[in-house]
Design a binder for this molecule. Sequence first.
Ligand code: AMP
Ligand code: MN
Ligand code: MN
Length: 322
Amino acid sequence: MLTRIDDILGTAKTAAILGHVRPDGDCVGSCLGLKNYLELSHPKLRVQVYLEDFPNSFRFLKGAEEISHDADDGTVYDLCIVLDAGDKERIGDFSNYFDSAATTACIDHHITNSGFAQMMHVCPDRSATSEVLFTLMDDAFVDKNVAECLYMGIVHDTGVFKHSNTTGETMRIAGELIDKGIDFSGIIDRTFYEKTYRQNQILGRMLTESVLFMDGLCIFAAVRKKILDFYQVGTKDLDGIVDQLRVTQGVECAILLYETASQEFKVSMRSNRVVDVSRIAAYFGGGGHVRAAGCSMTGSVHDVINNLSEHIEKQLVEAGLR
Ligand code: AMP
Ligand code: MN
Ligand code: MN
């Protein structure tokens, strides 16, 4: 485990920062937070962030325009730092930079992290990778730009400070970030709550088509590729749908499936009190947290829901809920 960011830098002159596929708020916030911090604290270090396409609402963060989507620009880095990704597959197309780097590090908060880098710093009790990063930073170099990035990351992974991963420490750190002079309400509204018209349409459709099962303890919705195309939305536009399913009265476990290829689905799971969805996701080759996890599965919607149900039911029986 590290005590400060400087512990991983060594003599590196160049560093690549990577996140995970389908970057979320914590992923983008932590990658840009670290980039901005390193540029202030180590001006001689050359830093490049590589990420897949991400929501436009995150583009106000400093450095967002300098993020590269190029999976193979030929650069070999002294150091590759992976943020918010629990295993190597989650890096997606950018693993070239990881494989060729002289040294590698991973800073993360996923309980399912496989420990794939040379230097590991994983804190499953922290709400967000952005929160972990803050604990490793020298306050003198946490300026308003860094604070905006980290605050956004924490806001997204805690669902605006309401998920069970939120701690007193999370709030104290958020308080310190607010004291840097950031527009915290604007960040919350513009990046978390604001949805495009099309996002609202697909949300409405998914809620209409959702199905309660297991006597109302579980709920699922599934979206086909052609439906995404019809509404002209991408998978990055589906954030928040599974969270809305989760707050259906009486529901313990919510599942959203979206089709990534024929007979292939990305699975997002959320639970409220008893089901450990990270265990189920890990069983099917994915990962995540106790109350929010995901994986990819093949088969029909029916097959996928049947396979997941078996595991959910087992946990509900263990908990005496069935
Ligand atoms: P999502 O449902 O995609 O919002 O993801 C919920 C949590 O589970 C996030 O912390 C993700 O990083 C993690 N997660 C989602 N999908 C996967 C996967 N295929 N493998 C590992 N972790 C995942
Ligand atoms: Mn993430
Ligand atoms: Mn995260």
